[in-house]
Design a protein around this ligand. Structure first.
Ligand code: GTR
Length: 428
């Protein structure tokens, strides 16, 4: 095992063998660090007018709204409106895992056209209350909602020396005091360019059809809206600490988690796992998946305007380090996998580092690192980062790092339950 870890550890990002791969009709995908073009990143702390932002107040009041607007109009589309009325029905509330936890199935209806329309459903696992509200993780497709004992993470193929303390990951998450909720992307819009407007999108917004127009939300914007609606539920469930909710996602759902967390400041922590192009990776590096390729294969993910930047990344008024910066001053975690070159691990690291100036404005430490990151070593204070061995996946290793990060940032302990709910949970 030590040999395997050592072998993995001597591979640093820069030392990976270089190769360029031709995909059917995509031209050439670059995997060669030497072929990354020279580029200049937009400075998150310089307004479009050229004025420098030097205070946290100026960031919050002027630059943050300016950047949000650019991401809305040029990348993800305008946010869908917040519903006027939402109704939550807890359809099942059952003791699971030997009575140590509770599973809830929640159906959500949204007011539209003069009536409540069934919108989406999700499953929530939470520790049996110890008299305190549980902090929570929420994301799309985090576990199999039908399994009796779902397993959110995937075991790592290589052993990196971190054993799960519980029987499996769900038990570990619950034993550490966290709730975890999983939503289904297709409830909001199917992940299919031919019919992505089916789902709740057209039920609630009947004028939507076809590819997203210039500033219209695509699938990522729609899914992000869904994550905020789950947070609306947490605000109504007195057993959950809605002020300590981490939004998390892997890959396309990592892009979604970042966009949800950038916009909705109620998310207390934002976690991007291997989110790559259109997520945590810098577009201007043109390494692995590119803007042109993602727009061609997934025309329904981003807004219409994003297609203007196919093969013209330098013209983007933003880059993805500024998406990460939009989370400030809240903690954000970016994780990469060594073999996941399609997602450009180095581009994800540079984007995380590129957000640091904004955290410093708030007097916060970001990710202090010079040179290549050590493997399998969580880093950073308010900007967390790790590069683990292995492939594109949300693994138990990743989850354990996120649990530690959340423990550190949620350290003050959650608020007590209201007295009536303490009595109710005792009676169960
Ligand atoms: C790929 C896509 C990536 C990533 C991934 C996933 O096909 O090119 O951007 O989102 O799917 O979600 O697993």
């Amino acid at each position: 095992r030590a040999a395997a870890i050592l072998a993995a550890a001597i591979l640093s990002l820069g030392m990976l063998p270089s190769r360029a791969v031709a995909l059917a009709d995509d031209g050439v995908i670059n995997y060669d660090e030497a072929k990354v073009p020279p580029y200049e990143l937009p400075d998150p702390l310089v307004m479009q007018s050229g004025k420098r932002v030097v205070t946290a107040k100026a960031w919050q009041n002027a630059r943050r709204p300016e950047l949000l607007n650019l991401f809305e109009t040029q990348v993800y589309g305008r946010p869908l409106p917040v519903p006027r009325k939402v109704r939550f029905n807890v359809r099942e509330e059952q003791g699971v895992l030997g009575g140590r936890a509770i599973r809830k199935r929640v159906k959500v209806e949204i007011w539209s056209g003069g009536q409540f329309v069934p919108a989406f459903a999700f499953v929530l696992y939470q520790p049996r209350s110890q008299g305190r509200r549980a902090p929570a993780f929420v994301g799309m497709h985090l576990f199999d909602k039908e399994a009796d004992e779902p397993q959110p993470g995937k075991p790592l193929e290589q052993d990196v020396g971190r054993e799960l303390p519980g029987k499996n990951l769900m038990r570990t998450i619950l034993a550490r005091g966290y709730a975890v909720a999983s939503l289904d992307a297709k409830d909001f819009c199917p992940d299919d360019k031919a019919n992505f407007c089916d789902g709740v999108l057209t039920a609630l917004f009947p004028d939507r059809s076809g590819d997203p127009a210039a500033e219209e939300a695509g699938a990522i914007g729609t899914w992000a809206w869904g994550l905020s609606r789950a947070l609306d539920y947490f605000e109504c469930d007195p057993t959950i600490d809605a002020r300590r909710v981490a939004v998390i996602g892997h890959s396309r759902m990592g892009k979604t988690a970042l966009w949800a967390g950038a916009q909705d400041q109620r998310f207390a922590i934002v976690i991007s796992n291997n989110s790559g192009c259109g997520g945590a990776a810098l577009s201007r590096r043109i390494f692995g998946e590119t803007v042109a390729r993602i727009n061609r294969v997934f025309p329904h993910w981003f807004c219409g305007n994003f297609k203007k930047y196919n093969d013209r990344e330098a013209e983007l008024p933003v880059d993805q380090h500024e998406l990460i910066a939009l989370v400030a001053p809240r903690p954000v975690y970016v994780a990469s996998a060594l073999e996941d070159r399609w997602a450009d691990p180095r581009g994800e690291l540079l984007a995380a580092q590129g957000a640091q100036g904004v955290y410093r404005l708030f007097g916060l430490r970001g990710l202090e690192l010079t040179g290549d990151p050590p493997l399998n070593q969580p880093l950073g204070a308010n900007i967390g980062y790790h590069l683990r061995v292995g492939k594109h996946a949300l693994t138990d290793y990743d989850w354990l790092a996120y649990l530690d990060f959340a423990d550190r940032h949620f350290h003050r302990g959650s608020r007590p339950l209201p007295a009536s709910d303490v009595a109710r949970s005792r009676a169960r």
